[in-house]
Design a binder for this molecule. Sequence first.
Ligand code: ADP
Ligand code: MG
Length: 681
Amino acid sequence: MNKNYEFLLKDISKLKNIGKKTATILKKKNINSIFDMLWRLPQSFTDRTNISKIKNLNIGKISTIEIIPLKYNFPRIRNLPNKVICEDDTGKIDCIFFNSYEGYIKKILPLNEKITISGKISYFKNRYQITNPTYLSKDKNLIKKVHNKYSLTEGITEKKYNYIIGQILENLPNLEEWLSPNILKLFNNLGWKESVIKLHDYKNIGNHSSKHFRRLAFDEILSSLIVFSEIRKSIKKNKKNKKIFFNKYEKKTIKNFGFNLTKDQIKTLNEINLDLSSKTKMFRILQGDVGSGKTIVALLSSLNVIESGYQVAFMSPTEILANQHYNLAKKIFPSEINLELFTGKTNNSIKRKIISNLQNSKINMIFGTHSLFQKRTIFNKLGFIIIDEQHKFGVKQRKLLSDKGGSNCDILLMSATPIPRTLTMTIYGDMDLSIINEKPKNRKEIITYSKKEDNIKDVIDFVKKEIYNKNQIFWVCPLIDESKKIDHQSAIQKFNSLNKLFPSRVAIIHSKIDQDKKNSILEDFLKKKFDILVSTTIIEVGIDFPNANVIVIENSNKFGLSQLHQLRGRVGRGNNQGKCILMFKNNLSENAKKRIKILKNSNNGFIISEEDMKLRGSGDILGFKQSGEKKFNLADPVLHEDLFRVAENEVKRIEIEEINLSKYKMLLKLYDRADIINDLV
Ligand code: ADP
Ligand code: MG
């Protein structure tokens, strides 16, 4: 492989005229290599190409003139600026310098030499002037140009930044093309280098659908999907022992349910069972809306693993949830199966016993939080790890996880966060995907209302009625000010006012309350010890509160659609009709009305997240920013949806035709977003 791409991976400080200071500033903005610098795009530009005569200058306009400095005027009085009187053949202009040394001024404006200078023209005491000019040179070609404006990093001038970028663009290597001809055709055969240069051309500012932009976006997508495909392959390379089962326990347990599995539950269960009984390791994500019945699917597949003589670990994000899953399994599993719960709260002597029983395989399945995977817990024959409601694992963490548990261990992740296809490809591309779209038949759709805050009285009356009918209410208050992290204040205020109306029937949880206390409050709510639970957005995902059927969400325009959908999914999980009241501060904007309409019209998380992404961009969907993935610089799951599909097909072709990756090595080296490929290729 030609090594000329290495220039791009050089540290930014290796460029000419970048000092320590500039390098530090850039690095603070996550620009470490020369390559990183390419993706900060110009925002606007200043055209300094036309040379004006002084007599034609317009005040307030940025102009370029050719002048001859005539005389220095360096007053000895503090606070008075230094001045250089200059002229062209049509008039005079003063260059004014605040805080500049005389020596410097003499150097940049030597007397009686022609200088090209560009800046904003002002007028003072009957004279044109330019203050603190930075664009000036004896070489007019350096000034007579269009100068791009980048979203500047404090401490680096526009001129300096342009100089750095200019230097990089001039030295861009010619890279061997990695795209195949029929793909390249989609982008008018524009090569990588040519495209990058166009990217920084002021004529193309803001154009995200031009061929060069799309080509470069495609490079990002393709590299990411190839990396995922490699991770997949490396996982599948590990041959495991097939799990052999006869669905005996599974059938028995389904009978215990009292309801039929939905079509999608059956479909996904089959997909999982196929993986379990195959020779390759399962690495699969089960996606489905809240309440779509993922837990049952996971539990049923566990039974098959147990039947084939392996142990199962079921990890939940919180203790309450672990508890709930454990209790459900106890209720529906055949009694001969040994289940245990292992959380931070489990006392030490029981813990020791559990640990020893895991080692001697007396325990078939264990439920718990991340504490399940301490060093101390050693399984005798772990065959299946299930991880519930976890969307904050990055690619690397998942890869680690898949290595855990040894070669015979299958992995299933569950996510109640339906996300659009393109986003799934970007985030979970390393995993196989099972989707539950259809919800259990008896599930009633949640009815969604919107109310102005001024009409709070109506809401209170409504809540009174619900409480009278023995229902429970969630009352959610959002973060008021993200930057100050005062998320609990509005919740506390709400609690105080509701507590006056419903004395000792209200409780509150927020982030400042410690975990044990939170758990006990949630358990009390489950046991109906009070009627209204005021909270910030921390209401735990996944827990069933069968008796809570109303959720009031304050200030709801602060939330994204997906988050609102996720929140309202807390209610209506029992037999009662779920109701969601979205409260708004002011009159609704058109956009807000649109959003409510989407929520009112659909109870399908996949549709809602798709709409959410269109309205807010992909980064905002339910904290995926925190998922540890680096974001694309150019590619956008909404704008470039078609490119995701092209890339997906291309990667399939690479897989099927077993195309040697050496062709893509350069692409991967440059773009590897997960820093993962080095271990693989
Ligand atoms: P998820 O984890 O996908 O949010 P759960 O598995 O917790 O959903 O299921 C939500 C509720 O629906 C539970 O009370 C569960 O018992 C019930 N449920 C699951 N599958 C079915 C089904 N096929 N028919 C009726 N109810 C179901
Ligand atoms: Mg769940």
